[in-house]
Design a protein around this ligand. Structure first.
Ligand code: APR
Ligand code: PHB
Length: 391
């Protein structure tokens, strides 16, 4: 089999890249390790920047998002038992973020891809990539017990943090930057109305961080900071709701509607970037190249901006016969990646309790929270990063 661009991974990065390339008439095949049912059922974050919404609409996968997504004009910070609204909309000249689960984004992109009749190989095992330092790279994998080969012009590594693409790059060719945080997020998804359909609520409390978010008017997503060693089985639904309530102001705590969890999981928090994001004819995009801690929900949005730059570069290569775009891809993408890394790190640092941190760190955190909610300049800086820096 032959294609122009072989895309490894059918997460949001791979699916959106495939859609953007197809729209420009560039042939692509997606090779995915998991089954389509597995891919479309993963629960992740769900806050979309306007640029991400525009891209999904632009590739024809935005119908349900426009009908069912919930625009948020503000966020709230809770600390010292008090709520403070940040008027994101007012501070950014009218921008909003949209609550719409990544699960739904994936579902819509998969449906659009299927409707367009584009090739996606699910349940491909033993995927390996070859000769990306030559003009004719290839991908090998096993499907239904048969070894298959896909030759191509380019490989897009959209295979997430644990994928095969980044690990196929010679160690000496890349530099990795990493920070691992000493706690996790225990997340619960429940079919209950959100505590606030108008805002996403971030809580800083002596017992740890909490977050109230939503998927729809009937489905909510909540998180509490927990020790990274904790196991999901230790946390009954009741224990989760009790802990969440303790970390919010009394009025909000009273308003929370609880119910049985339909998903419960613990996620580690990590900041990670690999540089560069291009190695010959291999490009990395999304979680394959970088991870942000979930505070601020930048992961999916960064995957979207990467593939926007990458698709533009490949379109320039095929349509204008120019390599300038692919030569500049890594630098262009990394500029935006590092700013989102900075924001996710700073919001994580601002909102969490760090084990072992002392009185000085605590006082600095309190001063910064006070500054963010009382200075227009500081809340504007938060707001403009929250809605997403320009693409
Ligand atoms: N071969 C083929 N596919 C693979 C391989 C492999 N060796 N390894 C991983 N994959 C697939 C995974 O099964 C997954 O479907 O690559 C896909 C990567 O998808 P994501 O992990 O969702 O990464 P990405 O598309 O970059 O999306 C970034 O998703 O992980 C969240 O928080 C992250 O919101 C962010 C967004
Ligand atoms: C989510 O809805 O899962 C979510 C929302 C906001 C965040 C992170 C996650 O900052």
């Amino acid at each position: 089999m032959r294609t122009q661009v072989a895309i490894i991974g059918a997460g949001p990065a791979g699916l959106l890249l495939g859609a953007l390339l197809h729209k420009a008439g560039i042939d692509n095949v997606i090779i995915e390790r998991q089954s389509s049912a597995h891919v479309s059922s993963r629960i992740r974050a769900g806050i979309l920047e306007q640029g991400t919404v525009d891209m999904l609409v632009g590739v024809g996968a935005g119908q349900r998002l426009l009908a069912e997504g919930t625009p948020h004009r503000s966020i709230e910070l809770v600390f010292k038992n008090q709520r403070h609204a940040i008027d994101v909309h007012g501070l950014t000249g009218g921008k909003v973020v949209t609550a719409y689960g990544q699960t739904e984004v994936t579902h819509d992109l998969m449906a659009a891809r299927q409707a367009a009749g584009l090739a996606t190989v699910y349940e491909a095992s033993g995927v390996s990539i070859h000769d990306f330092d030559s003009p004719q790279p290839s991908v090998r994998y096993v499907q239904h017990g048969q070894i298959r080969q896909l030759t191509c012009d380019f490989i897009a590594g959209c295979d997430g943090f644990h994928g095969v693409c980044r690990s196929s790059v010679p160690k000496a060719a890349a530099t990795e930057f990493e920070r691992v945080y000493p706690f996790g997020w225990l997340g619960v998804l429940a079919d209950v109305p959100p505590v606030s359909p108008h805002a996403i609520v971030y809580g800083n409390h002596e017992r740890g961080f909490s977050l109230c978010s939503m998927r729809s008017l009937a489905r909510s997503r909540y998180y509490v900071q927990c020790p990274i060693e904790d196991k999901v089985a230790q946390w009954s639904d009741q224990a989760f709701w009790d802990e969440l309530r303790r970390r919010l102001d009394p009025e909000l705590a009273d308003r929370i509607v609880t119910g049985p969890s339909i998903e419960k999981s613990i996620a580690p928090l990590r900041s990670f970037v690999t540089e560069p994001m291009r190695f010959g004819r291999l490009f990395l995009a999304g979680d394959a190249a970088h991870i942000v801690p979930p505070t601020g929900a930048k992961g999916l949005n960064l995957a979207a901006s990467d593939v926007k730059y990458l698709s533009a570069a490949l379109i320039e290569f095929y349509l204008d016969k120019s390599s300038a775009g692919i030569d500049g891809y890594s630098q262009r993408a990394l500029r935006r990646v590092w700013k989102a890394e900075r924001f996710a790190w700073s919001l994580t640092t601002l909102m969490h309790r760090f084990p072992g941190s002392g009185g000085f760190d605590q006082k600095i955190q309190e001063a910064e929270l006070d500054y963010v909610v009382s200075s227009r300049a500081a809340s504007t800086a938060l707001a403009e990063n929250y809605v997403g820096l320009p693409l």
